[in-house]
Ligand binder design. Structure first.
Ligand code: NAD
Length: 359
């Protein structure tokens, strides 16, 4: 029999957020706008998903006040300021975001500045919709804040909208979600609820992602992956992250590496580094992947679904390594195994060229 997730001491705060799963989001969104007692919705998305944003705005009819299709990765402040100008001109009273983590980031940045409520329709597995976290970039520097005002009020999950996610993002965004849950399992402020959501989230993604990346996925496969992404995002929103997220933050912020792909490469390495210190907490992850250790299971799973395995493929070079090590070890996040500079340098050197993860 496997152990329960009981902890003798913990704190758990429930979150007021309405989650509607399996909806026809473009049809449902008007009712959600009205339920928030709003009447002028402003739609945000990326240039690549402008058509989906237009379709959503058209479906809102008289409830649609305007749109902005300029969201960009890492929420640049200059983009937020341009969106804010359009938002103010539209005299909107709520925000509707349709897209991945970058679109949700813009919506959160606008909510922070205006106090407007948000409805988010996620189309990737990033999980930002479930968190009070906002990362923003200004002058090449990324800063992150956590503020309940940026947590969306409503999430509408619609399988039909996620099916168009480009195949490479299905894989890397899925690994990004798994990373939230894995680090949540050994967070200092974890609780039994966050741990059971983390394990169920990993289980759902471990089940769905192989079907999404081979053959002809069915609606329920997309649905199961979205369900996993929601759970993993909820974990990210509730407990603190550790070495893995610090490394990804350093590489994304310092070298502009793509967010989800960087998570996919780093996860087995960061888990290998940490695993011996928390092997009991990670044993269920090893069990989910049918392996002796969590990092071996994650390595095999990442290879099976075709995840990237080399930072060099994402644009990092050997010459970048010393600065990457500096960034990764400066102001370290708490981690179950303390941060040792030489070991982190070796980890990044392995991740650069795709050598196997090692403790
Ligand atoms: P993304 O939102 O940047 O999307 C990448 C590209 O894919 C964009 O062009 C987007 O329009 C497109 N796309 C997304 N879904 C699509 C779909 N279903 N069909 C067609 N195209 C689609 O990538 P992401 O990985 O979702 O998000 C990454 C960003 O989210 C980063 O900036 C990261 O920092 C942030 N993030 C924040 C949190 C948080 O809690 N604050 C959590 C996770 C990620």
């Amino acid at each position: 029999m496997t152990a329960s997730l009981f902890q003798p001491q913990f704190a758990y705060a429930s979150v007021a957020q309405r989650v509607v799963f399996g909806s026809d989001a473009p049809a449902q969104v008007a009712a959600e706008v009205t339920a928030l007692t709003c009447s002028r919705a402003f739609v945000v998305t990326t240039p690549e998903q402008a058509a989906a944003g237009k379709h959503l705005l058209a479906g809102l009819g008289a409830l649609g006040a305007g749109s902005f299709a300029g969201a960009a990765m890492h929420t640049p402040v200059e983009v937020t300021e341009r969106a804010l100008t359009s938002l103010e001109a539209a005299k909107a009273d709520c925000l509707v975001a349709i897209g991945g983590g970058s679109t949700t980031g813009l919506s959160k940045a606008l909510a922070l500045r205006t106090g407007l409520p948000q409805i988010v329709i996620p189309t990737s597995f990033a999980g930002s919709e479930a968190t009070p976290i906002l990362g923003q970039t200004e002058g090449g520097r990324k800063t992150t804040l956590s503020d309940p005002r940026v947590r969306p009020r409503v999430i509408l999950y619609d399988v039909a909208l996620v099916r168009s996610l480009p195949p490479h993002l299905v894989v890397s965004s899925g690994m990004n979600a798994i990373a939230h849950a894995v680090e949540g399992l050994y967070a200092r402020d974890r609780n039994p609820i966050s741990s059971l959501m983390a394990l169920e989230g990993i289980r759902a993604l471990a089940s769905a992602l192989p079907r999404l990346t081979s053959g002809a996925p069915q609606d329920n496969d997309w649905g199961e992956a979205l369900y996993g992404a929601w759970l993993c995002g909820t974990v990210l929103g509730q407990v603190g992250m550790a070495l893995h997220h610090k490394l990804c933050h350093a590489l994304g912020g310092g070298f502009n590496l793509p967010h989800a792909e960087t998570h996919a490469v780093i996860l087995p390495h960061a888990v290998a580094y940490t695993e011996a210190a928390v092997s009991d907490l990670l044993r269920p992850v090893a069990q989910i992947f049918g392996s002796a250790t969590a990092h071996e299971g994650l390595t095999a799973f990442a290879a099976r679904i075709g995840a990237p395995s080399r930072l060099s493929d994402l644009g990092l070079t050997a010459a970048d390594l010393p600065r990457a090590v500096d960034l990764a070890t400066a102001n370290p996040y708490w981690n179950p195994r303390p941060i040792e500079r030489d070991a982190i340098a070796a980890l990044l050197a392995r991740a650069l060229v795709g050598d196997p993860a090692q403790a």
